[in-house]
Structure formats: structure tokens, C-alpha cells
Design a protein around this ligand. Structure first.
Ligand SMILES: [Zn+2]
Length: 355
């Protein structure tokens, strides 16, 4: 990176921007919601135009004014690495969670660039088009598993905290399936579909230098949440474990994650995340096999009785549901309705029907 750019980056309060591989820049964009400070977007420098991977939410520099379209922070970060919205020929969104996608509509409107997203992100887009319906659906799901009263309301409404940070809902101009390739700045990137954290999650892979833009599929500090969402995917945990295997087999040398700074040895990280998820799978199975339980009871068994915020409680329950769904699909655990309508989970002892 030219020295002038580096000093511009260093002097920019509230924005971190740094070259992390030849022609690849990490932009730490402010979030500050639900306890997550930043999202890491990446700028892939091209000869005629640049590619941006993820774009954050409406935000200003250092808590300042986000501007009329919310692009103040992302514009400042692009300027710090010698790019601009005008130079973007393409925005690739790793997945349509609002912290990665919120500004996509405005970024492509301002840049005139393309918006690339996996075709299975359409489920998220439907949710954003009709948030009341999405909140209702989540409420029904949580009620089915034993939540009620103010706790039920608080745990169902998380989406409403995020919506004001998304000035418009971006519409993809190219729907991805995985396997697509594009060349920019002397590199060839391949789209790798990695469902699990979200059904429409993709990573970008540069096989020559073994670089992986991992979105939220691989994170260094936390195990990425894998949550069951009614109407989305039957077995998100199963998908996630397969996607971890896939990325482990690629053997990324440098991982560029969607939160935090780049780290080495993606295969080792993929294995350690998978081991943690498998340990939880066993714990959930053992608890339910020892005696039937509701998800509400499992929450206390696994996470203690410490008070959780609504958003935390939803995440905890939705991840437990992903573990249960995994076992249900494999006919290890099953659910029945108690007389009060709440689902009760137990060992599946139904004999296999031999046709
Ligand atoms: Zn995410």
C-alpha cells in the first residue's frame, strides 16, 4: 500500500482500514449493536473497478452523522484505501444478515455496480419486506417451545432493532449458486456456497494464494451461531458441519473473517469449531435421553439461570433448536406435544419401519 494511504487510514477516527494481502483491504465498519462493535468488509482492488465484499449498516464515522443515505462510514473507509463508491463494479454479500448487508441497496444505487448474492438469500429478503410477519413467525416458534409473556415478546422482536439501520433492501442483480468465478486485480475468486450460519451464505476463495473471505462461516474468537429458523432450513447444523468440512478441505492459509482481523490456518479453526458444535450435540442428546425436556428447560440446563436479554434468549433457543433438529432428522430424538401445546423432546424409540 502506498505510504500516503496508510497514514490516511491511521488518521481516520473510528474507521480501521488496512491492506491484508496484495490488493485486498480490510475495512472495519462500525456496528455497535447487540454487542458487536464492527463488521469486516473487504475491498478487492481491480484495474478498472473494485469489488466490495459485505458493506455494513447505515453509520457515520466515529458515531457521527451517517449522511442522508447512511453511507458516510463506508465512503470514508473506501477513501482511506484509495477507492470510492463510484469505483465499485460489484458488491458481493456473504449472507443477508443486516450487519453484512444493510447498506447494500444504497451502495449499489450510488455506485451503479452489480449486487451478487446467493439465491437462497431470498428468504431473508422476504423477511425484510414483511417484518411483522417475520416477528409473528418467530413468536409462534418460541411459544411452541415454552416461552410466554413479556419474555416471549422481548425474544421475538430482535429484527426491529436492526431494520432502522437498513435504509433500503438491496435486490440482487446476480443470483449465485456457488462455483462462479471472477477475476480482479490479478486474482481469481471462486464463490463457495457454505450454508449453515445462513442458508444463502457464501465464502470467496482464491485458490492460488489460499485466501478465504469467510463471512460469518469461520470466525476466530467466537463459534459462529447456527440457528433454526422456522421456514428456512430443516437441518442447519447438519449443513453447517458439512460446510465446515468443505472449507477445511480447501485448507485456507489466510482467513479474512466477517468480524475481527485475519487469521491463519483455516482448516484448524474449522476443525475446532466443528468439535465444539459436536460436543454440544452430544450434550443435548444426553440430556434429552436422560429424561424428556422442553427447549425452555434445556436453555437452563445448558446456560444456567443467568438472566438473558431478549436477543440473547432468542439466539440461545434457536441454536438449541438447531441441535435438536439435527437429531430429529437422524431419528435420534423426537418431539411430541404436551397437553398445553408445548413441544416435549425425548429419545426416538420408534422402531424403523421396514417396507
Ligand atoms: Zn451473520
Amino acid at each position: 500500500m502506498p505510504a500516503g494511504v496508510r497514514s490516511a487510514a491511521a488518521g481516520m477516527a473510528g474507521i480501521e482500514a488496512a491492506e491484508v494481502a496484495d490488493g485486498v483491504y480490510r475495512l472495519a465498519l462500525p456496528l455497535g449493536i447487540h454487542g458487536v462493535p464492527t463488521v469486516s468488509a473487504y475491498l478487492l482492488r481491480g484495474d478498472d473497478g473494485d469489488t466490495l465484499v459485505d458493506c455494513g449498516i447505515a453509520a457515520g464515522v466515529d458515531g457521527g452523522d451517517p449522511g442522508p443515505d447512511g453511507t458516510a462510514a463506508v465512503s470514508a473507509a473506501l477513501a482511506a484505501v484509495g477507492s470510492s463508491l463510484d469505483r465499485l463494479e460489484r458488491l458481493v454479500v456473504t449472507h443477508a444478515h443486516i450487519d453484512h448487508f444493510g447498506l447494500a441497496g444504497e451502495v449499489v444505487r450510488r455506485s451503479g455496480g452489480e449486487l451478487w448474492m446467493h439465491r437462497r438469500t431470498e428468504l431473508d429478503l422476504e423477511k425484510y419486506a414483511d417484518p411483522d410477519e417475520a416477528v409473528d413467525r418467530r413468536m409462534l416458534m418460541l411459544a411452541d417451545h415454552g416461552l410466554y409473556g413479556p419474555e416471549l415478546t422481548a425474544s421475538s422482536e430482535g429484527l426491529r432493532d436492526w431494520l432502522p439501520l437498513m435504509p433500503s433492501v438491496g435486490r440482487p442483480s446476480r443470483l449465485l449458486n456457488g462455483g462462479e468465478r471472477f477475476a480482479t486485480g490479478g486474482r481469481t475468486w471462486e464463490v463457495v456456497h457454505t450454508p449453515g450460519h445462513s442458508p444463502g451464505h457464501v465464502c470467496l476463495w482464491d485458490a492460488d494464494e489460499r485466501l478465504l473471505c469467510s463471512g460469518d462461516h469461520l470466525l476466530q474468537v467466537v463459534s459462529p451461531p447456527v440457528t433454526f429458523e422456522r421456514g428456512f432450513e430443516r437441518d442447519p447444523m447438519g449443513s453447517y458441519l458439512s460446510s465446515l468440512d468443505r472449507v477445511r478441505d480447501l485448507g485456507p492459509e489466510l482467513v479474512l473473517p466477517g468480524h475481527g482481523t485475519p487469521f491463519r490456518d483455516g482448516a484448524r479453526r474449522a476443525e475446532s469449531i466443528a468439535a465444539g458444535k459436536r460436543k454440544r450435540l452430544t450434550q443435548v442428546r444426553d440430556l434429552v435421553e436422560s429424561r424428556p425436556r422442553t427447549v425452555f428447560e434445556l436453555t437452563t440446563d445448558l446456560f444456567g439461570a443467568a438472566p438473558l436479554t431478549g436477543a440473547q434468549r432468542h439466539f440461545v433457543i434457536a441454536e438449541i433448536l438447531a441441535y435438536l433438529a439435527y437429531h430429529e432428522v437422524r431419528r435420534v430424538l423426537r418431539r411430541t406435544r404436551r397437553p398445553d401445546g408445548v413441544f416435549l423432546w425425548s429419545a426416538d424409540e420408534t422402531p424403523e419401519v421396514v417396507p
